[in-house]
Design a protein around this ligand. Structure first.
Ligand code: DGY
Length: 438
């Protein structure tokens, strides 16, 4: 079984390779995406390290003059995706690069990806690490100088696409309060996959409304921080920033970049001193999102709520509390193990939808983060469970984008949804199967 999975996963990456970078999947996502590329590079690291390096170099071609790293780099032309570069129109910003890009970012995974790749190839990797380290440092510098208006080391996201968990029910309430224009949108995603498994048209109108606002402010961070109706401190995003700081600190030490390491450590201390206090909800026994506009926590639990384990943020007692409440016969496992780990949204919530994108389905990258998070706290049974569930889903269905978490499905229903031959599903499967325990 393992050999077949490895071979099929390698074929997926090979087919999605564009000679310089890897698309997430054909049709639905025809360009280079930021956090996809980080996870994809981990997969390439097991097959062909030169491709892993090329993947990261290509992504960095999209870096803006102020260090910002956008969520899409449009290296090529394609009519199969909306919104394309003309909608983003990032030339309005004085910071825009020569490359065509989007104007928002995505969760910062590259710092820890660099460290994981180094673990695969050792000393031989340091030349490349030294080449990209300054760009990654500048990206983190951008976050701490432009995205942390309260000086807490907790950066904001200003668009739901920045979260990566695009249509999670966490922000349903924010959309309800928004009076976005009813744009006529030329959506392409629903031409590739079932519209019932994607965000609704009304949600897309809110997404585009935010883009139009940012354009009208020339993508100026100060104006966005002041006026964006969507301004959130996200536990997944901030935990990955912290884990990436950790990766960059380790790599910076190996590279002898003392000044940058000192600065990263100062940011790290600031982040860690506020994270738990501001984002932990004792009522939910989980990390939650903080709405900077409403100045309150959003009390919904999603798979993002558990990503702080990956970054070593909770103390041992809190980590145990989280595991007990949600995984050991708790909300996300179900009382009798009714769900594959890990649903992307609380299965006990009325908003849970096991088929619709980030409103319930299992995602392989979140499972990979949880697997390493559980290992970090010595929760070996849970780590084994999430690994087994992941491989079982991939084996039964193929390398889909997301999966129905209900173990018992109505007869005849297939549980793989969204794009097929999805690159990060393949890349992280390779990493789960081939990485030696450290
Ligand atoms: C999409 O188009 O669905 C992406 O997630 C946005 O980056």
């Amino acid at each position: 079984m393992q050999q077949t999975l490895i071979e099929t996963a390698a074929r997926v990456l090979q087919d999605n390779w564009q000679g310089g970078f890897t698309i997430p999947c054909e049709g639905l996502y025809p360009f280079q995406w930021n956090w996809d590329s980080g996870f994809i590079a981990l997969g390439w690291g097991h097959l062909n390290m030169e491709r892993a390096k090329a993947e990261l170099r290509s992504l960095l071609k999209g870096q803006w003059k102020n260090g910002f790293l956008p969520h899409i780099v449009f290296h090529n032309e394609s009519e199969s995706y909306f919104p394309g570069p003309e909608v983003w129109d990032v030339g309005r910003s004085p910071n825009a690069p020569e490359a065509k890009t989007s104007g928002i970012t995505q969760p910062p995974v590259l710092g820890f990806v660099l460290e994981f790749l180094y673990e695969l190839s050792g000393e031989a990797f340091l030349d490349f690490a030294g080449e990209v380290f300054p760009a990654l440092f500048r990206w983190h510098e951008y976050f701490y100088t432009c995205r942390d208006p309260e000086g807490e080391g907790l950066v904001y996201i200003c668009h739901n696409w920045e979260a990566g968990t695009d249509n999670t029910p966490v922000w349903d309430g924010i959309w309800e309060g928004l009076d976005s224009p009813e744009y006529l949108l030329n959506r392409r995603d629903t031409q590739h996959v079932d519209a019932a498994n994607r965000p609704s048209n009304r949600e897309y109108q809110h997404y585009i409304h935010l883009v139009e606002l940012f354009k009208s402010w020339e993508y100026d961070d100060a104006k966005i921080a002041e006026s964006s109706p969507f301004l959130i401190q996200d536990p997944l995003f901030n935990a990955l920033l912290i884990r990436s700081n950790e990766g960059l600190i380790r790599m910076g030490n190996l590279l002898g970049r003392q000044d940058e390491v000192d600065q990263l450590q100062r940011w790290q201390e600031r982040s860690l001193s506020h994270f738990h206090r501001k984002l932990y909800s004792p009522a939910q026994k989980a990390y939650v999102y903080y709405d900077l506009r409403a100045q309150q926590q959003l009390q919904a639990v999603s798979s993002s709520s558990f990503v702080p384990l990956f970054a070593g943020i909770p103390g041992a007692d809190t980590a145990r509390e989280i595991a007990r409440a949600h995984f050991e016969g708790g909300r996300f496992s179900g009382a009798s193990g009714d769900f594959y780990l890990c649903a992307s949204f609380d299965p006990t919530s009325p908003a849970f939808d096991p088929k619709r994108y980030w409103r319930g389905p299992v995602w392989i990258n979140l499972n990979w983060l949880l697997y390493h998070g559980f290992l970090r706290y010595g929760f070996t049974d849970l780590a084994a469970q999430v690994r087994t569930d992941t491989l079982e889903l991939l084996e039964a269905c193929g390398f889909y984008e997301y999966f129905d978490p209900r173990r018992a499905l109505p007869a005849g229903e297939f549980r793989g949804y969204g794009g097929n031959n999805f690159s990060w599903s393949a890349a992280l499967c390779l990493d789960l199967l081939k990485r030696k325990p450290s």
